[in-house]
Ligand binder design. Structure first.
Ligand SMILES: [Zn+2]
Ligand SMILES: [Zn+2]
Length: 340
């Protein structure tokens, strides 16, 4: 079967390899769709993702859905042919964080297509993946694989919105209208936010947000418009761009007593107006991956409570993965999905 190994910056090599063998608690999934994530792009461009440097060539991809081809010992629950979405989290289930319910903070987490652990955990830019049966969530017959592949970023958004609770009846600013910012907006709308503003420097991303969920699209570089929109401040600001200026803006435009959720990955240490935390009694919360919401994300889509398909900008065949990466790097792209 084919797999793509990342050997270094912009060095993604198609490689022939033997199909994997499942361990006792694993099944084999024939991958049918994988979304391209910002973290995949970081690894592709720089050979690493922030502090996570792979110690050997490895396989990217963590937003996937497919079909069970070998159910191993789990044929009762997941017979061959079952259509499933893959939760890419493999926490240790033994540390304090896992036992305490915050398994996304597990220091031993193995996350598909990530070099945050050592050795890196191979992901799903390969035709068949071995995965724990419990990570496979059956999807309805009428849910497309491409849609199911986006359950992972939807779970990220659900977790991020959860960190900003309460949502209903409140005024929110979401900084960054990329795929995660868009999903956060859809979720916050569904949860009954009274007013949703969004900032970005890309006009077409703002247009999409306005068409799908946003009340007030704002140019991130238009300080006057942001100041006027903030008025006495937003009840909560969710930072989903990773831009230092956007994180600083969150401190400025969050109301006294409000909450800032930092979800975007910043490039490094950032200068921030930290005295505003003191004088406005701001609450700062981080949001890292997700815990316990993958099934909730699946339920939202299965019951057609959200439509995330407009976020898919382009689709490429697995054989054209490199073209998919190039398309994903274009500023007008929201989400690229790879079909197998
Ligand atoms: Zn992702
Ligand atoms: Zn753990």
């Amino acid at each position: 079967m084919q797999a793509y190994y990342l050997h270094g910056p912009r060095d993604l090599r198609p490689t022939d390899m033997d199909p994997p063998r499942p361990a006792a608690d694993e099944v084999l999934v024939k991958v049918r769709a994988t979304g391209l994530c910002g973290s995949d792009l970081h690894y592709y461009l720089h050979g690493q993702n922030g502090p996570f440097v792979p110690e050997r060539p490895f396989i990217l991809g963590h937003e996937s859905a497919g079909e069970i081809v070998d159910a191993g010992a789990c044929a009762d629950a997941l017979p061959p042919g079952s259509r499933v979405a893959i939760d890419p989290s493999h926490p240790c289930r033994a540390c304090d964080h896992c036992i305490g319910g915050r398994y996304n903070l597990c220091p031993h987490m193995r996350y598909f297509g990530s070099a945050a652990c050592s050795p890196p955990q191979d992901g799903s830019f390969r035709e068949i993946v071995p995965i724990r049966a419990e990570n496979c969530h059956p999807i309805p017959d009428d849910m497309a694989f491409a849609e199911a592949a986006l359950l992972e970023p939807l779970a990220i958004a659900l977790h991020g919105v959860g960190q900003a609770q309460p949502i209903a009846g409140r005024r929110l600013l979401i900084t960054g209208a990329g795929p995660i910012g868009q999903l956060i907006g859809l979720v916050a709308r569904h949860y009954g936010a009274a007013h949703l503003a969004v900032s970005d420097i890309r006009g077409d991303a703002l247009d999409l947000a306005a068409a799908l969920w946003a009340d007030q699209p704002l140019r991130a570089d238009d300080t006057d418009a942001l100041t006027s929109a903030a008025d006495t401040g937003f009840d909560a600001v969710i930072e989903a761009s990773g831009a230092p200026a956007a994180l600083a803006a969150a401190y400025e435009y969050c109301r006294a007593g409000g909450t800032i959720v930092q979800l975007g990955v910043q490039p490094g240490p950032v200068e921030l107006p930290v005295n505003l935390i003191m004088s406005k009694e701001l609450t700062l919360r981080g949001s890292f991956r997700f815990a316990h919401v993958f099934a909730a994300a699946l339920d939202l889509l299965a019951r057609r409570q959200l439509d995330i398909t407009p976020l898919i900008s382009a689709r490429f065949d697995f054989a054209d993965l490199l073209a998919g990466f190039d398309a994903a790097l274009q500023p007008q792209t929201i989400k690229v999905v790879i079909d197998y």
